[in-house]
Design a protein around this ligand. Structure first.
Ligand SMILES: Cc1cc2nc3c(=O)[nH]c(=O)nc-3n(C[C@H](O)[C@H](O)[C@H](O)COP(=O)(O)OP(=O)(O)OC[C@H]3O[C@@H](n4cnc5c(N)ncnc54)[C@H](O)[C@@H]3O)c2cc1C
Length: 416
């Protein structure tokens, strides 16, 4: 069974690897070099306990409040276009505690038993930086912390062993936090990895296993007959296969539309930034939760990531937001000195966002052999191995794992 994977980001590459391991053959086609999408920009965290969908209680009020500030952590660029309005309506409809809890539970199931696969990938010869120091969520606002404490029963049930740190306990755990921090939640089993090194290692391993990797070939056409995709094309170049997987991240909405009327899925970009600087000495990956800033200590450097900006498909860098990300830790950490503008090279990446904040995984409407794996939002690294496993089962063996149900493209008008 030969699968054409459209998109060589973390989701496309990981799925291609699992397809090969399970006996399939693959061609991965990317619009540019592989691994340059959101995969290259993210914080590298594997944090299933934090995998709740973005819409939740208070999301609407926060979005409205932050829309007026050019340096806010969440920004929605207003538009009167119908697809934008319908996306926002879907997002606001999902902004409630019940949907968010159900979404977290679905993601925990998808990630269950798959986090250890990052160790297995290394054991299979992929060389990339991987840390097992856990992740600390730090809170200044008690109400926000209370909201997350409300999920501890669920994350404990999935064996994540969260530790609640109240008051000074959080500083005993991480002495670099200042007195403004009221508490924290530590997930000892969480991991972090260098996402750029991971995608490079995947590509090298895929090539060694016989995959065809085609770069600089944006898919811009598809031939569909009798409910089956026959080929996809990039200009004059055609790619044939038995199955076709759309894993084009934030571009997946546009790519899925190439397969015909009613097939498209509503994915929009949620832009974020990352900046690298000199190391700072944090014990583990640390989420400055109220500021929505993620800090990742790597060997010899520190990566700071943040901001969720809903707008067009556009990777240009907004310096106001970059500076806001760099300033934020001053309110949380002792002796934090933001680097100067000349010391940094910020990068932007677009998270693939569905209106309800959930991944979109399964067979595309009206197609027997067309599939999609996208919409991972803030959790594409965390959910990559679980996604790759269930999608491989579906594509190669037609097995519809119940874990997939909440992620079905059928939940959207035009899905099935
Ligand atoms: C600032 C930031 C921090 C983040 N931190 C984390 C984190 O710590 N942990 C976590 O789990 N997640 C994190 N994420 C989210 C994660 O990065 C994404 O969910 C993930 O990268 C999505 O993977 P993807 O493969 O779907 O998309 P991408 O990595 O964007 O890959 C999509 C690929 O499709 C290609 N493509 C596009 N159009 C076409 C076309 N027409 N034909 C062929 N190819 C095409 C692109 O070139 C690209 O290579 C973060 C994201 C951002 C922006």
């Amino acid at each position: 069974m030969h699968t054409v994977v459209i998109g060589g980001g973390i989701i496309g590459l990981t799925t291609a690897y699992h397809l090969l391991q399970a006996g399939g053959t693959v061609t991965v086609v990317d619009a540019r070099a592989t691994g340059l999408g959101a995969a290259d920009v993210n914080a590298g965290w594997v944090v299933p306990g934090d995998a709740m969908p973005l819409p939740g209680p208070g999301a609407v009020a926060n979005a409205l409040k932050w829309m007026t500030r050019s340096d806010s952590p969440l920004y929605i660029r207003p538009s009167l276009k119908l697809d934008f309005l319908s996306f926002m309506f879907g997002m606001f409809r999902a902004s409630n505690g019940r949907a968010q809890r159900a979404g977290l539970e679905a993601s925990l199931k998808l990630a269950e038993d798959s986090v250890h696969l990052f160790d297995d990938y290394r054991a299979d010869g992929m060389d990339y930086e991987l840390h097992h120091e856990g992740m600390l969520m730090a809170f200044q606002d008690q109400e926000l912390m209370g909201h997350h404490l409300g999920y501890v029963d669920l994350t404990s049930r999935f064996g994540l062993e969260p530790t609640v740190l109240l008051g000074d306990d959080v500083r005993a755990h991480e002495p670099l936090l200042n007195d403004s921090v009221r508490g924290g939640l530590y997930y000892p089993k969480d991991l972090h990895l260098d996402p750029g090194a991971f995608t490079k290692a995947l590509v090298a391993r895929l090539r060694a296993l016989g995959a065809e990797i085609v770069e600089n070939a944006p898919i811009d056409g598809a031939e569909v007959r009798d409910g089956r995709v026959r080929s996809v094309s990039s200009g004059a170049r055609t790619f044939t296969g038995d199955a076709f997987l759309v894993a084009a991240g934030a571009w997946s909405g546009n790519v899925s539309k190439l397969f015909g009327a009613g097939v498209g899925i509503p994915i929009r970009p949620g832009k974020g930034y990352c900046i690298e600087m000199a190391p700072y000495g944090l014990r583990s990956a640390t989420n400055l939760y109220d500021s929505k800033v993620a800090i990742t200590p790597f060997d010899g450097r520190l990566r700071i990531a943040g901001t969720m900006e809903f707008g067009p498909l556009d990777e240009t860098i907004n310096q106001v937001r970059v500076q806001a990300i760099l300033r934020a830790p001053s309110g949380w950490l002792r002796d934090w000195e933001p680097p100067t503008a000349t010391e940094i090279s910020p990068r932007a990446g677009m998270r693939p966002m569905a209106p309800d904040g959930m991944a979109v995984l399964g067979r595309l409407r009206k197609l027997d052999n067309g599939y999609v794996a996208t919409g991972h939002g803030m959790m594409g690294v965390t959910l990559a191995p679980g996604t790759a496993r269930v999608m491989t089962d579906l594509i190669l063996h037609g097995r519809e794992n119940a874990v997939l149900d909440p992620f079905s493209p059928a939940r959207f008008r035009g899905g099935r």
